[in-house]
Design a binder for this molecule. Structure first.
Ligand code: ATP
Length: 512
């Protein structure tokens, strides 16, 4: 499915079932800003819980904070965002559409990779069992030609990035014949830099000194609170500070649903370590974070690391965890070794000591830091796009299904009286009362049972509990499992334990 097709289907599904709405939709929406509806907020909260508990409960040396969105403007000078938080943008003069020049080139490069992979697949089909992929990649003339082209463009791109050479970006776009997907032309403007931070006025004086920024990342709140947490929490290095909160970026391209938003949410953790040990911790967190993802059961093959060749101004090692979205592998989480860049600069600019006295080595230093940073919304999209399925049933009908990891599902169980009479609704209410303290449950008595099952499949409810006339005699109910549609008869007294075994977040955390 292409990105556009997928977004169309998901946007419609999310809206129809109360997962996500365009922001201020009655005024035709606001580009790249979205609201989470009644089910979306539950899924989002469950994702955040999974992350928060994994960080702060499973690691005795990680604590959480909730810093303010507004920060002293000097924060963003120290962090480098005022000077360097820019995207290279380019406009197509015919379609009047704006693009990120780096993204146009990266998309071009991944198309070459696709071509190479298609060649390999053709070879695999042709040669069958005797196919030697490595040899094929090293000798097939078509693959070699594409590879050489890839390397040539890639090297130019990396050099342009490193030199911040905007004219070279444009030249690469022209030389590769990259066209605007809308107009199909190569009629491009020059490439310009664009700062992504939103600014606003603080207080009522309205002069320049009152300009503040909406934070473009949550990390800086952690850095400026570092010394307070270290001292009051009596934290010993190595230790981490975790935070979940909103971030704001005036993104150039705003056509990617919740993949790239102007207001979004991040889950960030800064892990402070002794200088010289950061690479060990960087590897450690790479492994730890990958485990967290794979543990959700969405397929190990859908994740990969992408190590950075060009490092951000603050990093000495960096990797992305990429997820296989239906429109290709894209960044889901970033892991950076940020050195002492942030704390060091805050120390310089604020004039406050941010050093740590290490009782083990008997010396003082500004700690180094390894960061893990994941977007809640991007994680939401990963979970949603991986779970969305349209299945054809044996009778030829189709059902739309969200096979969400059960502990993340917004509604854990639906309680459904077969008919709206004969005491079944009353019995169902009793079941609701039994379960509602532990699980988010939905009661539904409208429409045929088949229709109700479909509605629950479409929102990803792991269990449907049906109460029929027999239930009044044997105190048993029918439990239908979402993915297999298998039905079993279960005594009401055993319901809680059965549901809990599948949906409990604790079990998921225990596997980490
Ligand atoms: P990209 O290259 O996609 O712009 P980035 O490298 O700028 O992302 P980071 O600054 O490393 O992203 O931010 C950490 C995480 O925050 C990302 O991995 C992503 O999950 C999330 N994120 C960043 N920008 C956005 C956005 N505009 N909308 C939604 N999530 C975002």
């Amino acid at each position: 499915m292409t990105q556009e097709e997928l977004f169309k289907v998901l946007v419609a599904h999310c809206k129809e079932y109360g997962y996500i709405f365009p922001s201020s939709e009655i005024y035709d929406g606001l580009a790249a800003v979205y609201d989470y509806g009644q089910l979306g907020v539950e899924l989002k909260n469950n994702i955040k819980q999974y992350w928060w508990q994994a960080m702060t409960r499973l690691n005795e040396n990680i604590v959480g904070i909730d810093a303010a969105i507004f920060m002293h403007p000097k924060t963003w000078v120290a962090s480098g965002h005022v000077a360097a938080f820019n995207d290279p943008l380019i406009d197509n003069k015919d379609s009047k559409k704006r693009y990120r020049a780096d993204v146009l080139i990266e998309d071009y490069l991944s198309k070459i990779e696709d071509k190479i992979n298609k060649e390999v697949e053709k070879g695999r089909k042709k040669f069958g069992e005797s196919f030697d992929e490595q040899k094929f990649r090293e000798t097939n003339p078509n693959v070699l030609r594409e590879k050489a082209h890839y390397e040539q463009v890639h090297n130019r791109y990396v050099a342009a990035e490193q030199a911040n050479d905007l004219a070279e970006y444009k030249q690469i776009i022209l030389d590769c014949g990259i066209v605007c997907p809308l107009s199909g032309t190569k009629n491009w403007t020059d490439v310009r830099q664009f700062n992504l931070m939103f600014s606003t006025q603080f207080g009522s004086t309205g002069d320049d000194t009152s300009t503040v920024y909406l934070r473009p990342e949550t990390a800086q709140g952690i850095f400026v609170d570092y010394i307070n947490v270290q001292k009051t929490g009596r934290m010993k290095i190595p230790f981490g500070i975790a935070q979940i909160g909103k971030a704001f970026r005036n993104e150039v391209v705003a056509r990617q649903f919740i993949f790239r938003m102007r207001e979004f949410e991040q889950m960030e953790m800064e892990f402070f370590v002794r200088p010289g040990t950061e690479m060990e911790w960087f590897r450690n967190w790479k492994e730890n974070r990958m485990k967290w993802h794979v543990n959700l059961g969405m397929g190990e093959e859908n994740y990969r690391f992408h190590d950075h060749e060009k490092l951000a101004h603050y990093a000495n090692a960096a990797t992305d965890i990429e997820f296989r979205f239906p429109f290709g592998f894209k960044e889901l989480e970033g892991i950076h070794s940020r050195t002492d860049f942030d704390l060091g600069n805050h120390q310089k600019l604020s004039g406050k000591k941010l050093q740590y006295f290490d009782p083990e080595t008997n010396d003082s230093y500004v700690p180094y830091c390894v960061e893990t940073s994941i977007g809640v919304d991007r994680m939401f999209l990963a979970v949603l796009s991986n779970s969305y399925k349209v299945e054809t049933l044996e009778n030829g009908e189709t059902r739309t299904l969200l096979s969400l990891p059960a502990p993340l599902a917004p509604v854990k169980a639906a309680v459904l009286p077969l008919v709206k009479k004969d005491g079944l609704p009353e019995f169902a209410q009793k079941v609701m009362n039994e379960l509602k303290y532990d699980f988010n449950c939905q009661y539904d008595e409208k429409d045929s049972i088949g229709k109700r099952y479909r509605r629950q499949d479409a929102i990803g409810t792991p269990f449907c509990i049906t109460i029929d006339h027999e239930s009044l005699n044997d105190n048993c109910v029918t439990v239908r499992e979402r993915d297999t549609m298998a039905q079993t008869r279960v005594p009401v007294a055993e319901l809680r334990a059965l549901i809990d075994s599948k949906v409990n977040l604790t079990n998921l955390l225990r596997n980490l």
